[in-house]
Ligand binder design. Structure first.
Ligand code: MSP
Length: 526
């Protein structure tokens, strides 16, 4: 039986202003999903939208629509964006889906029946945009510590989840599984700032919020959005429904990938909920950093002053989806914050995609055309030390890519893929195939060109997870199926002797950076 791999993004707040920053988690998960499929695993990649809460009602009212009408449009747009970005999700869940709402009710009732939820009364400072309650001491200058906006004092009857009972269990979890939350530096913050000082019970219902899932046994209460939202990771698999085969197959999740600002919900509340439900915990949670623009996070609210174009709907069609994806993987060390700049983006396209990858493919294909009529030279064992070294270098990079992907180090992994192309370009300069061709070393020429074609094959197989479009074109030109599982990554015998290679168009045209900068800034400022 195939090994399974269940990976999730957070479910997104509906927004019609999705930036590169918003798309970051989904783009990163996509590389992990694709890579694990190529490793031969049975992958389930989940994403979706988080559609309840007061904020939705307010936004819908502003444009004179019902919540559902408003949401349907945004969800359709979001799906289109994921299509544009080549996101290969297996399921898209909406928290307004019937099956999800029903199971959320069941989960709430079960927690109540087990004594983990009780009725009380709540007062505190509520931030509507963030849908979070804060205590007086948590406020910063009297405002929401997360977004800096106004908060309102509210008091109401509410249900509470006994989060306070889970402190010791959570501490034990982190002690026994130091890799449960990655990168490891996020653990200290959770343990020292939240768990050790003592967890307080969590308010999990509201009577003032109407747009949400009603409590099954007390319908004037609406279930707290985070209880509703976190449950998506299991409701999407059919947990609690008449068909829970996906749940049985895929749960526990192999990894929940999330942005650092929502680590607290995933590493404290979610495990506590699962413990209370007697369900296995996810194997890992990965809290990535933020894509930064100027001083702050690229968010819907702060991006308006942006002078650079950060709209994936403009950038992807203009420079290719692969370029957008590649830049994010390569530039922002996965797990840390990283700055975005248009200039860095354009420069990387030229340096890494046009001059390195693209140029390698085009010069190798044209040499192969010239010397071997575009047929793949027959495999011969190398005897020259330069050829042997080159092959060993390629294989060592392959091992690095696999090793890094295993620990979700997307940035180092993609860098190692590009190293394969760099090695190949350096090898061409070093051995100078055109000199070998002139001096009549026909067998050596076969070894060299075959080695280059194989390096391109191996590199493109690995690059497929990150830049699926251009890699597919190269693999297809070489007569291979891009979605096939990895094969022959550690040897130079993956291509068929004498097979015909098809012609390829330029993969990444070189950009005039100055001109592009000017045009993009005009677009951004309009
Ligand atoms: N709805 C909640 C998640 C519920 S999961 C049970 C939510 N949604 S969100 O739309 O605000 O965020 C979705 C993802 O986008 C998060 O992982 C968030 O970190 C990510 N990003 C949004 N802007 C970002 C950047 N500027 N940089 C990197 N990722 C950030 O939170």
């Amino acid at each position: 039986m195939k090994e399974k791999f269940y990976i999730t993004t957070p479910i997104y707040y509906p927004s019609n202003k999705m930036t590169l920053g918003n798309a970051y988690t989904t783009i990163c998960c996509d590389a992990l999903a694709r890579f694990n499929r190529k490793l031969g695993k049975d992958v389930f990649y989940l994403t979706g939208t988080d559609e309840h809460g007061q904020k939705i009602t307010q936004s819908a009212q502003k444009v004179g629509k019902s919540e559902k009408e408003y949401l349907d449009e945004i969800v359709a747009d979001t799906k289109q964006l994921w299509k544009l970005l080549d996101i290969s999700y297996d399921k898209f869940i909406r928290t307004t889906d019937d099956y999800h709402e029903k199971t959320v009710q069941k989960i709430f009732t079960e927690l109540y029946n087990k004594g983990y939820i009780y009725k009380g009364s709540y007062n505190g400072w509520y931030c509507t945009p963030c849908e979070s309650f804060w205590t007086e001491s948590q406020l910063v200058d009297g405002k929401c510590p997360d977004c800096g906006r106004e908060v309102k004092f509210q008091e109401e009857e509410a249900y509470f989840f006994k989060l306070s009972e889970f402190g010791d269990k959570l501490l034990k979890l982190y002690e026994e599984n130091p890799e449960f939350l990655l990168p490891k530096n996020r653990v200290n913050e959770m343990v020292n700032n939240f768990i050790k000082p003592g967890l307080t019970d969590l308010c999990v219902s509201r009577t003032s919020v109407k747009w949400g899932v009603p409590v099954e046994f007390d319908s004037k209460h609406t279930i707290y959005v985070w209880i509703d939202a976190l449950s998506n990771y299991i409701t999407a698999l059919g947990y609690g429904s008449s068909d829970d085969s996906l749940f049985k197959k895929f749960w526990p999740a192999d990894v929940h990938v999330i942005g650092k600002e929502i680590v607290r919900f995933h590493s404290i509340i979610w495990p506590a909920m699962l413990m209370a439900l007697d369900l296995p915990l996810p194997k890992q949670i990965f809290g990535h950093g933020w894509l930064l623009f100027g001083e702050g996070k690229l968010s819907k609210s702060k991006e308006s002053g942006a002078k650079e174009c950060i709209d994936p709907r403009v950038l992807a069609p203009r420079y290719s989806t692969d370029a957008v994806r590649y830049f994010l993987y390569r530039e922002i060390p996965f797990g840390s914050d990283g700055g975005y700049s248009t200039e860095a983006f354009l420069t990387r396209i030229n340096a890494d995609l046009a001059n390195n990858f693209g140029n390698l493919v085009s010069r190798t294909f044209s040499m192969n055309k010239k010397y071997f009529n575009s047929q793949i030279p027959q495999y011969l064992e190398p005897t020259n030390q330069d050829d042997i070294d080159f092959r060993n270098n390629v294989v060592s990079n392959v091992n690095d890519v696999k090793k890094y992907m295993q620990v979700y180090d997307i940035t180092k992994a993609v860098t190692s893929v590009l190293n394969i192309f760099t090695e190949a370009n350096t090898y061409i300069q070093k051995v100078q195939p055109w000199v070998i061709a002139k001096e009549g070393g026909q067998d050596r020429l076969k070894v060299v060109i075959r080695s280059l074609l194989e390096a391109i094959r191996i590199g493109s197989e690995l690059f497929y997870a990150f830049a699926p479009n251009s890699s597919s074109k190269v693999l297809e030109a070489l007569g291979l199926n891009p979605t096939a599982e990895f094969e022959n990554l550690d040897n130079f015998k993956g291509l068929k002797d004498n097979a015909q290679i098809s012609e390829l168009e330029i993969l990444f045209p070189r950009l005039d950076v100055e001109k592009e900068l000017k045009e993009l800034s005009e677009i951004a400022n309009n």
